[in-house]
Design a protein around this ligand. Structure first.
Ligand code: ADP
Length: 763
C-alpha cells in the first residue's frame, strides 16, 4: 500500500509524539482503556512526516481500532510494508516488540510515502525508544485500574457488611425490648400479689429482678439509639433554634438524679445568643448523654456547671464536673464505640456508647466535640454546633446556583464559617454584586432577634471609592464619609472590617466582618490575614461561577464540592493548631517576601500557599498530630505524605501550578536531602525556601504536648545553624532582619494561634 503525498504536520521530535500519546491518555476520563492507547498511538504516528495513515490492531481485548478519519489500512496492509524496505521493517518490528511486551498481539499498519522510506525508518527508530515509556505508562495505568476496582469491590462489601450488622443490632435490640418490658411488668404485679410473710425473700428477689431488667432495658435502648444514628435512619431535621431552652429542659428532667446525689448544678447562659441550626431532638440527646455522665461519674456532693456561649461561627455547650476526670491515656479514646475508661469511673454501669452517640450526632451537624481535663480536677466536655446562617437574597445568576443549589449553598456556608473562625469575627456578611451592579447580601450569620434583615443596596460614592481602592480596611479608616449601610446590627463606625473581593475593575463584592471575640479590636496583622482570606474566598467564588454555569450538572456539582472540601480543610487545619493561616504568620510571610524581592502578586501567592500548605495534615490521624510522644517512623511516614495530599486537596481551589509548586516543595532542603523531589539549592522554588524557614520558626517556637516551645532567639539560632544545608542562607539572613524589625526576637514566646496540647478535638 502506498501513498502519493505527505500529509500531517511535521513532528520531528519523537518525544513530542509520545507527549501527545500521554496527553491523549490523560484527556480520557479515568484510567485509559486499550482503545485509548490505540487512539493515542495513532495520534502520535499520524503527525509523523511521510506517514499517511495508521492503524493499530491490538489483542487480546480484540479491540482492533482504526483511525476513523484515515482508516484505509487494515491487517492486509502488513504484507505491503515488507516492500517498504528492510530498514523500515526492522525499526517497525522494534516498535512492535516494545508494544508486544504489554499486549499479546499488536499489529501496526502504516501507509507511508515510498520516496521517504529511509527517513521514516530513522524516525521510527527514535519513536521505538520513546514508545517504551508509553507502554510502561499504560501497563501502570492498567494495574492501577485493576487495583482501584478491587478496592471499590472491597469497599462495597464492607459497607454492605456494616449495614447488615447495623440492621442485626437494631433488630435484636428491638426483639429484646418486648420480653424485658414484660419481665418488669410481671415482676411489678408479682410484688403486689405475693405476701412478704409467706415467701420471706420474695420482695428482695423481685426488686433485684426489676432493677436488673431496668438496667438491661437502658442498655438495649442505648444500643438502639446507636444503631439508629449509625444507619442514619433518623434523618436530620435541622431548623434554627435556641439552645438554652434545651439545656434547661435536660437539667429539669435529670433533677431527681442530681438531688439524689446531692450535687450542685449551675447553669451559665450568655444573654442574647443567636440561634443554632440543629435537630433539637438529637442535640437534646447529646446534652442528656453529657450531663448524664457528669451526674453518674461525679461523687456525691460534687459540682456540675453547664454553660452556653457564642463562639465565632458556632454556639458552644459546656458540661464541667468535679468528678474523677479522664485519665490522660484515655482522653483520645473515650469517643470510640464501647470504650470504657479504667480508673475510678469503671465501677459505674455503662455501655461505652453514650459518647460515641453524642459524637456522631454532633458530627452530623457539622460540629465538633471535645474533652479536656480541668486544672482543678474533673472533666469538661464541650460541643459546638453551627450558628444559624441566613441567605437574605439568592445568589446572583452568574454563580449558577439555580443549576446546583445544594453544592452552591454548602460552599457559601463553609466560606462564611471559615471566615468567622479564622478571623475570630462573630459577624460575617458576604455581599456580592449582581448583574445590575447592585450590592446584595447573600449570606449572613449571627442574627439576633432585634437585628434587621440585610437588604440589597446600591453603591454610594463612599462604597464606590472603597471598592475601587481594593484594600481591606477598618470602616472608620476608609474614608471620611460613612458607608450608609448597616450590616446586621453592627453600628457603622464601630470595629468593622470591610474587604473587597477581587480587585480594581474586577471587584465582585465584599465581606463585612465585625464583633470580634474577646475585646481585641482588629489589628494590622488581622487586616493582612483578612485580605488573604478574602483572596481565598474570591477564588472559591470564581470557581463556583465557573463551574456553576457549566453544561453538565453532575460534573459541576462534583467540582464545587471539591472546592468546598478545600475550604473546609482550612477550618480543620486551624482546629488542629497548625499556625500558618494565622494573622502573625501571614504578616511574617508578607515582610519576608518583600525583603527577598518578591512582587506584590507573588507575595499574595506565597500567603495563599502559607495558609494552605499543611492542608494534607488534615488527613493525618488526630492521634498522631496531638500525640503526647515523639513520632514513630510509621507515623513520620504518614506525616510526610501530607505534602502530596495537601497539593491534591488544594488543586480545585488553585488551578495555578506555580502555587502548588511552592506547596509541593516546601520540605526540600538546600543540600538535596529533602523530599519529595530531592531538589538542590536554586532548583527549589523561592517561595518554598521562604515557606520552609517560616514553617520551621513556628514549629520550633510552638510547644508540643511532648516538649515546650523554644524562646524566639534560640529558635532562630537553630535555624541559622542549618543555613546552607537545610535553609537558604540569604532567606535566613533576611528572616533575622524581619524578626528584628518586628521586635519578635525580644519576646519570651511567639503567639501563633490555638494550641492543641492536652485538649482533644474530634473534628
Ligand atoms: P458509658 O458511660 O456508658 O460507659 P460513655 O461513652 O458515655 O459510656 O463514656 C465512655 C467512658 O468515658 C466512660 O466509661 C467513662 O470512663 C468516661 N467518662 C465519660 N464521661 C465522664 C465524666 N464526666 N467523668 C469521668 N469519666 C467519664
Amino acid at each position: 500500500m502506498s501513498g502519493n503525498s505527505v500529509t500531517g504536520k511535521a513532528n520531528e521530535n519523537p518525544l513530542d509524539a509520545v507527549g501527545e500519546v500521554m496527553r491523549h491518555l490523560r484527556s480520557t476520563d479515568g484510567v485509559p482503556s486499550l482503545a485509548d492507547l490505540d487512539a493515542g498511538i495513532i495520534a502520535a504516528f499520524r503527525d509523523f512526516p511521510h506517514v499517511l495513515a495508521v492503524s493499530v490492531i491490538t489483542e487480546p481485548e480484540g479491540s482492533g481500532l482504526l483511525d476513523p478519519a484515515r482508516a484505509r489500512g487494515t491487517q492486509s496492509s502488513v504484507g505491503e510494508w515488507t516492500q517498504a524496505g528492510e530498514a523500515t521493517l526492522t525499526h517497525l518490528c522494534r516498535t512492535l516488540r516494545v508494544l508486544e511486551r504489554s499486549f499479546a498481539t499488536v499489529r501496526l499498519g502504516l501507509d507511508v510515502d515510498p520516496q521517504e522510506v529511509p527517513e521514516v525508518g530513522a524516525a521510527l527508530e527514535r519513536l521505538a525508544e520513546a514508545v517504551e515509556g508509553v507502554a510502561a505508562l499504560w501497563a501502570e495505568a492498567v494495574s492501577a485500574r485493576a487495583e482501584s476496582r478491587r478496592f471499590e469491590a472491597e469497599n462495597k462489601a464492607l459497607n454492605e457488611l456494616n449495614r447488615l450488622q447495623g440492621r442485626f443490632t437494631a433488630m435484636t435490640s428491638h426483639e429484646l425490648k418486648t420480653p424485658l418490658t414484660s419481665i418488669t411488668a410481671y415482676a411489678d404485679v408479682l410484688r403486689s400479689l405475693v405476701p412478704e410473710e409467706q415467701v420471706p425473700q420474695a420482695a428482695e428477689f423481685l426488686s433485684v429482678i426489676q432493677s436488673e431488667a431496668a438496667r438491661l432495658l437502658r442498655m438495649v435502648n442505648r444500643i438502639l439509639d446507636f444503631s439508629r444514628i449509625e444507619s442514619q435512619d433518623q434523618l436530620l431535621k435541622r431548623t434554627p433554634q435556641k439552645v438554652e431552652p434545651l439545656v434547661q429542659d435536660v437539667v429539669r428532667s435529670l433533677r431527681p438524679m442530681i438531688l439524689a446525689k446531692n450535687l450542685s448544678c449551675q447553669v451559665e447562659v450568655q444573654s442574647d445568643l443567636p440561634r443554632a441550626m440543629m435537630d433539637g431532638e438529637l442535640i437534646r440527646q447529646v446534652i442528656v448523654n453529657l450531663l448524664g455522665n457528669a451526674v453518674k461519674y461525679t461523687p456525691d456532693g460534687g459540682q456540675i456547671i453547664l454553660g452556653v456561649e457564642e463562639r465565632d461561627a458556632t454556639l458552644c455547650v459546656r458540661v464541667a464536673d468535679s468528678g474523677p476526670g479522664i485519665p490522660p491515656d484515655d482522653i483520645q479514646r473515650i469517643f470510640r464505640e464501647f470504650y470504657r475508661s479504667r480508673g475510678p469511673a469503671a465501677a459505674q454501669e455503662g455501655t461505652g456508647l453514650g459518647l460515641t452517640i453524642a459524637q456522631r450526632i454532633v458530627h452530623l451537624h457539622d460540629g465538633s466535640i471535645q474533652v479536656a481535663r480541668r486544672p482543678e480536677g474533673g472533666s469538661e466536655f464541650s460541643f459546638e454546633v453551627p450558628k444559624q446562617l441566613i441567605f437574605p437574597v439568592p445568589l446572583p445568576e452568574s454563580y449558577g446556583a439555580r443549576l446546583i443549589p445544594g453544592p452552591a449553598l454548602r460552599l457559601v456556608q463553609t466560606l462564611v464559617r471559615m471566615l468567622a473562625e479564622l478571623s475570630a469575627s462573630k459577624v460575617v456578611t458576604l455581599v456580592l454584586k449582581d448583574g445590575f451592579g447592585e450590592l446584595i447580601p447573600v449570606a449572613a450569620n449571627s442574627l439576633r432577634a432585634g437585628d434587621g434583615y440585610p437588604a440589597p443596596f446600591v453603591e454610594s460614592e463612599a462604597w464606590k471609592r472603597f471598592l475601587k481602592a481594593g484594600a481591606v480596611g477598618r470602616e472608620q479608616d476608609l474614608s471620611g464619609e460613612r458607608l450608609a449601610w448597616n450590616p446586621l446590627g453592627v453600628e457603622t463606625g464601630g470595629d468593622l472590617v470591610l474587604a473587597p473581593l477581587g480587585s480594581g475593575d474586577a471587584v465582585t463584592g465584599c465581606l463585612v466582618l465585625g464583633r470580634r471575640s474577646g475585646a481585641d479590636p482588629y489589628s494590622r496583622d488581622d487586616l493582612t490575614q483578612i485580605s488573604v482570606l478574602a483572596g481565598l474566598c474570591h477564588l472559591a467564588l470564581e470557581g463556583l461561577a465557573r463551574w456553576g454555569c457549566g453544561p453538565r450538572r453532575d460534573e459541576s456539582a462534583a467540582a464545587v464540592e471539591k472546592i468546598t472540601a478545600a475550604v473546609r480543610v482550612l477550618l480543620r487545619i486551624r482546629r488542629t493548631g497548625v499556625p500558618t493561616a494565622t494573622a502573625p504568620a501571614l504578616r511574617l510571610v508578607e515582610c519576608l517576601g518583600a525583603r527577598c524581592g518578591l512582587q506584590s502578586a507573588e507575595i499574595v501567592h506565597l500567603q495563599f500557599a502559607a495558609a494552605l500548605h499543611d492542608a494534607g495534615m488534615a488527613h493525618v490521624e488526630d492521634e498522631i498530630l496531638l500525640g503526647e510522644t515523639v513520632l514513630s517512623w510509621d507515623e513520620r511516614d504518614e506525616v510526610d505524605q501530607h505534602v502530596e495530599q495537601g497539593v491534591d486537596l488544594m488543586e480545585p481551589l488553585f488551578p495555578d501550578p506555580s502555587l502548588t509548586g511552592i506547596i509541593r516543595h516546601h520540605h526540600e532542603r538546600m543540600d538535596g536531602s529533602g523530599y519529595p523531589a530531592g531538589l538542590h539549592g536554586d532548583e527549589i522554588p523561592l517561595g518554598s525556601r521562604l515557606l520552609s524557614v517560616i514553617d520551621a520558626w513556628f514549629s520550633l517556637t510552638r510547644g508540643r504536648p511532648y516538649r515546650p516551645g523554644l524562646p524566639p532567639a534560640t529558635a532562630l539560632a537553630e535555624i541559622e545553624a542549618n543555613r546552607g544545608t537545610q535553609f537558604d542562607e540569604r532567606v535566613v539572613n533576611e528572616f533575622r532582619r524581619v524578626l528584628e524589625n518586628e521586635g519578635l526576637l525580644a519576646a519570651d514566646s511567639v503567639e501563633s494561634g490555638p494550641k492543641p496540647g492536652g485538649r482533644m478535638e474530634t473534628r
